[in-house]
Design a protein around this ligand. Sequence first.
Ligand code: AMP
Ligand code: MN
Ligand code: MN
Ligand code: MN
Length: 292
Amino acid sequence: MRRRPGAGAFVIIARHVRADLHFHSNASDGVLAPEDVVARAAANGAQLIALTDHDDVRGLAQAREAAVAARVRLIDAVEISVTWESTTVHVVGLAIDPKTRELVDGLAAIREGRDRRARRIAEALEAIGIRGALDGACRHAESSSIIGRNHFARFLVEAGAGKDVRTAFESYLGRGRPGYVAHTWASLPEAIGWIAAAGGMAVLAHPGRYRIGAAQRDRLFAQFRDLGGRGVEVVSGAHAGEQVAEHARCCRRFGLLASCGSDFHSPSESVVDVGTVAPLPEGLRPVWSELA
Ligand code: AMP
Ligand code: MN
Ligand code: MN
Ligand code: MN
């Protein structure tokens, strides 16, 4: 990431910028179209936003048009699925050039793996008597969208197998449940490398969500930083109150920049609405101080 200090950067360095740098559209596993989720963020008062669909950048062009119309600053971004020490972690790339060949090819390879996994998830559900899950999940996705577990969860709710998406994960799709299929995503060096090639800034997404202990977490932070990772989501819709303070400490300790995002997917499923993220804790340097 090239640094461009100057008046523009100075204006947006303030902690109280209303920023939401992590949310989804129906180009991945969100339910709103890119233009609708951007309009919603703007209507909710956001000033600086990033659409971070899983493993795909195809929603960004529509999001850009909506952001211009709503006069909100949009950063081109993506959320990349990574396998690190047998754990799935997510890395957000902010301020990427979405046309960069290395990134485009890397994401295409992840999506191929995703499609194979989707077929295996459907087979696993079939084995416990739940039929038609692949078609069902696809019905809940846009035709060009990736297929993710949220699409299966929405199908399972519709089929009466759970009262809501969260329950569907607890009963079927979460780790150790009958519809869970282990999968190897990109490596951490690959994901950070593609983001760097695209001129972007790598940010570790929602670290509080990973089921790892403190020693492993510290190793993740150290490796992430040593590979060129620059920021971490301190405030996230996926973080409980205590986890914000914990990751603010990690952010300082590892010399990272702080990011914030709702991880919004849907008005009826998400706890934090898009564009309504709490401010960063005091004393952290926000990622936007280096995104001129
Ligand atoms: P995938 O990348 O297809 O494995 O799906 C991961 C997505 O599933 C995450 O980005 C969340 O949107 C969602 N997710 C994961 N775990 C849960 C859970 N326990 N409850 C609800 N949604 C979840
Ligand atoms: Mn998701
Ligand atoms: Mn994520
Ligand atoms: Mn996300």
